[in-house]
Design a protein around this ligand. Structure first.
Ligand SMILES: NC(=O)c1ccc[n+]([C@@H]2O[C@H](COP(=O)([O-])OP(=O)(O)OC[C@H]3O[C@@H](n4cnc5c(N)ncnc54)[C@H](O)[C@@H]3O)[C@@H](O)[C@H]2O)c1
Length: 317
């Protein structure tokens, strides 16, 4: 269908990247993955090269020359490669190199080569602790870690290249992404793995305080669809939240996972003072600009995830 369209996907061998690449291929896109494989799944990327004609370039976004050479011929760029939020606190130097200098290399090359669209993986963490829910794209930003500062800087750099070179871009502010293939170390979704591991050992999940802290969990197949819609959309040049608009509390999450696993336990509450942070996306702009609405409700998505982890051969979404 899109024979002359080539998507250059940085971080394409990562958790979200592989879902994005598969959805692009299903829609007829040609795909070139650019990934240094620090956290990527080399085997799955190579399998896509063999079975579906994906080009795989094992290089680093911190090298501006490598990015510029590898991007030649691409019509669209999807920039997902990044150091994680955890790593940004452990090693801010690496975070700034990858997430700021590396992102700049990607955006500058895209502008110089005249690509038609850059889609950038930003993050809900640019808002910091929200003052109100739902969180709207025009709310004040208060990024708290080098990772979050890098994500905001990435958005600012895109605006710069829009002004300088007419670059067309969309920054997707992903909320709490979960699903098959997620890393057990993922910062915001680590609570899922923690609860699941305890439940599998026959132990109850332990919840700090009343479990009121909440997240907006969005399934990775929905994230993949949002990325494809943003890549193909006519409207551009804005940040867009990608979430469900629903905040799920930690206590609700524990209940969902207990039911999904079928464990015969009740959550335990650890009575101590916790700072309650809550998250939910305002999803109006996503619908208006790129026609995106989530399709996987959290109960269904978590149940699927448990089924997949129990038996990875079950077809995942
Ligand atoms: N997972 C979430 O909940 C979430 C939430 C908000 C935003 N995001 C953003 O979405 C994007 C993808 O996240 P993910 O969860 O798939 O992470 P991931 O770690 O699974 O994927 C990142 C990929 O980038 C590659 N990479 C890292 N540094 C690189 C470098 N210097 N050069 C080339 N490749 C490099 C890694 O090998 C990996 O394959 C990231 O930008 C992340 O910040 C993720």
């Amino acid at each position: 269908m899109n024979d002359n369209r080539l998507a250059f996907v940085t971080g394409g061998a990562g958790f979200i990247g592989l879902h994005v690449v598969n959805q692009l291929l299903d829609r007829g896109w040609n795909v070139r993955i650019f990934d240094n494989m620090v956290r990527g799944d080399r085997d799955r990327a190579n399998e896509l090269a063999t079975t579906r004609g994906v080009e795989v370039i094992d290089q680093d976004i911190r090298s501006g020359g490598a990015v510029a050479r590898a991007m030649r011929g691409a019509t669209h760029v999807i920039h997902l490669a990044a150091d994680s939020i955890n790593k940004s606190q452990a090693d801010p130097y690496s975070s700034v190199d990858t997430n700021m200098v590396g992102s700049h290399n990607v955006f500058a090359s895209a502008a110089d080569l005249g690509v038609q669209r850059v889609v950038y993986a930003s993050s809900a963490s640019v808002y910091g602790d929200p003052k109100k829910l739902p969180m709207h794209e025009d709310d004040e930003l208060n990024p708290l870690t080098p990772y979050c500062i890098g994500k905001r800087t990435g958005e600012d750099l895109l605006r710069y290249y829009e002004r300088r070179s007419g670059l067309s871009w969309i920054a997707l502010r992903f909320f709490n992404v979960y699903g098959p293939g997620q890393k057990t170390t993922a910062y915001y979704t680590s609570v899922i793995n923690h609860f699941v591991n305890r439940l599998r050992n026959g132990e109850p999940p332990i919840i700090d305080g009343a479990g009121e802290q909440s997240m907006d969990f969005i399934h990775v197949t929905d994230i993949g669809r949002a990325v494809v819609l943003a890549t193909e959309s006519e409207k551009a040049n804005a940040p867009i939240n990608v979430g469900t608009g629903i905040d799920t509390s930690v206590a609700e999450l524990a209940r969902i996972l207990i039911d999904a696993i079928g464990a015969d336990v009740e959550p335990q509450f650890n009575p101590r003072h916790v700072l309650v942070s809550r998250r939910a996306a305002d999803i109006t702009r996503a619908k208006e600009m790129i026609g995106f609405e989530y399709s996987v409700p959290v109960v269904e998505g978590m149940t699927d995830l448990i089924r997949f982890e129990t038996n990875p051969e079950t077809p995942a979404r």
